[in-house]
Design a protein around this ligand. Structure first.
Ligand code: ASP
Length: 567
């Protein structure tokens, strides 16, 4: 029997073998009240002539009771909780298991350090807010499977001991004992395998897949995360996007009772950068970046002149309220820390313009700036790609979403094929993505765009996908332009190019970050709060102490040994 089942009982009926945890004990001189908690709810137990019950029991003891289900006296009814109008008069008590003193209380809001919560995650998960999160996760999986079945998409699994799938991160490696000195990699995603399913003749595929990426512990990322991975044969980006919209709409409604509007908005990568300064724009914020380059073509502000003569532009945001000096200084510090030369600004009042650069303005510039109306004009000057990030930070700091309770989805497409990271070309998605035009890619790969689309929700990247290359020569070319030598291509991807060479259908796919989706809908600050057993920001598991040292004799079997073990 569980607490929810008590709903079927009438006043005075017997309760047999109800089990649960002691949530709270209150002694009222002769009467002891105990809140009993199980997965389904909470009920008050009353121990009459309780003797030493209050000293025998402690919080989180696991007990079993018999008793009778009784309506509470009118004055003691608490209609804020389930069973606030009933209690159980206990006749028999069995302590099934005791509990040590708890490292923290099992309460809704606690201030405990996250490392301690993760060390005792099984206790943390007893807390109601965590239970809600994990149940939302379970419901999300259930809804995904339900819509996949409705859409006739096949759930097929893929191996996790593999060679390597580049997704822009480092691999987690697994040494092979049977083949000493050799390593498997854990999949950064099932990318190549899901493409192989299309080559094998399956019309579609999905998997709730674990992915492993050894990334720097910046942002809210986990080394191990879960994605809904999809692939469709004979498919175009349009088909994939409409399937994703249908899936997301269903899951939001089925698992979260949230109605969302489809089709989603679309922006090109260029529009996103120009208007929002990021390829993950939060469209709940109305204000957009605009260009004020034309105002300054004859400026006597030297640094602006220099920037304009080296193909730069001037991009601005306008707040209707006048910002305080402190707000301006804080923003200036924030973007300088990210690499900006500083915040440019003008305060515009009815007929006057102030700010450090105001005295250098000519009449024409002044009248154009005045036309924006009272407020503060904030600007950055330079090459748009270099200043976009600062503009994004300014926009998100200065403006608030019009409405926090909406889900604002937007597709971003037409990404550049390659981006430059630390001086090296990296595919902006992955190297299996089809260029938009093979001709342009052949002539000028650094200026080619990709058939790659991202889905962004309220400023957070929810997923990515692309049309795949289905031609072995183009695949080879992309790897070559990426900078791989013939030997590297053959060693790392030879088997995949070979597989593409036997009549490969056109295919395309997508992957949605499930942890991210749940955290967004539940408005959780971190994806760690919706993952049952996450790692810390630095990739550690305080519960099991993974990752851990391995004994030297064991390493020998893998032909491995420590160098500088204690470093
Ligand atoms: N494998 C890609 C990723 O994990 C998704 C895709 O292209 O389907 O981001």
């Amino acid at each position: 029997m569980n607490i929810k089942d008590l709903e079927n009982l009438k006043d005075g009926q017997q309760v047999i073998e109800l089990t649960g945890w002691v949530d709270n004990i209150r002694d009222h001189g002769g009467l002891t009240f105990v809140d009993l908690r199980d997965f389904t709810g909470l009920i008050q137990l009353v121990f009459d002539k309780s003797g030493d019950v209050d000293t025998k029991l402690k919080n989180e003891f696991y007990i079993s009771i018999n008793g009778s289900f009784k309506k509470r006296d009118e004055a003691l009814i608490n209609d804020k909780i389930l069973f606030g109008d009933y209690e159980i008069e206990v006749t028999d008590l069995i302590i099934i298991n005791q509990s040590k003193t708890l490292p923290f209380q099992i309460e809704d809001s606690i201030e405990t350090d996250e490392n301690i919560r993760l060390k005792y995650r099984y206790l943390d998960l007893r807390r109601q807010p965590m239970k809600v999160n994990i149940m939302a996760r379970s419901n999300t999986f259930k809804s995904i499977r339900s819509i996949m079945n409705q859409l006739n998409i096949f759930e097929i699994d893929t191996p996790t001991l593999i060679k390597s799938t580049p997704e822009g991160a480092k691999d987690f490696l697994v040494p092979s004992r049977k083949s000493p000195s050799n390593f498997y990699a854990l999949p950064q995603s099932p990318q190549m395998y899901k493409q192989l399913f299309m080559m094998s003749g399956f019309p579609n595929y999905y998997q709730i897949a674990k992915c492993y990426r050894d990334e720097d512990s910046r942002k809210d990322r986990q080394p191990e995360f879960t994605q809904l991975d999809l692939e469709f044969s004979d498919a175009s980006p349009e088909l994939v996007k409409s399937k994703v919209e249908e899936i997301v709409k269903f899951v939001f409604s089925d698992a979260y009772d949230c109605k969302i509007k489809t089709p989603f908005n679309t922006l090109t990568y260029e529009e996103a950068i120009n208007f929002y300064g990021t390829d993950k724009p939060d469209l709940r914020i109305e204000e957009k970046i605009f260009d004020i380059t034309d105002i300054f073509t004859e400026t006597s502000i030297n640094f602006l002149n220099d920037i304009l003569s080296s193909q730069g532009s001037i991009k601005a945001l306008h707040t209707k309220e006048l910002l305080t000096r402190k707000q301006i200084d804080d923003l200036d510090t924030e973007i300088k820390e990210l690499g900006s030369n500083g915040l440019g600004w003008f305060k515009i009042e009815d007929t006057t313009i102030s700010g450090p650069l105001a005295k250098l303005l000519n009449d024409n510039e002044k009248s154009k700036l005045l036309s924006y109306g009272p407020g503060t004009l904030l600007f950055q000057a330079g090459i748009i790609k270099e200043i976009a990030n600062y503009l994004d930070v300014i926009r998100r700091t200065v403006f608030q979403p019009l409405n926090n309770d909406v889900y604002s989805f937007v597709w971003i497409e037409d990404f550049p094929f390659f981006e430059v990271e630390d001086g090296e070309l990296q595919p902006s998605h992955h190297p299996f993505t089809s260029p938009k035009s093979n001709e342009i890619f052949k002539d000028d790969p650094t200026n080619a765009t990709a058939l790659h689309y991202d889905l962004v929700l309220n400023g957070v990247e929810l997923g990515s996908g692309s049309q795949r290359i289905n031609n072995p020569e183009i695949q080879n070319l992309v790897l070559e332009k990426w900078g791989l030598s013939k030997e590297q291509i053959s060693e790392r991807f030879g088997w995949f190019i070979e597989a593409l060479s036997y009549g490969t259908p056109v295919h395309a796919g997508f992957a949605i970050g499930i942890d991210r989706l749940i955290a967004e809908v539940l408005n959780q600050p971190s994806i760690r709060d919706v993952i049952p057993f996450p790692k810390t920001q630095s990739g550690l598991d305080p519960l099991t102490n993974a990752p851990a040292n391995i004994e030297e004799e064991v390493l020998e079997e893998y032909n491995l040994k420590y160098i500088n073990k204690d470093e």
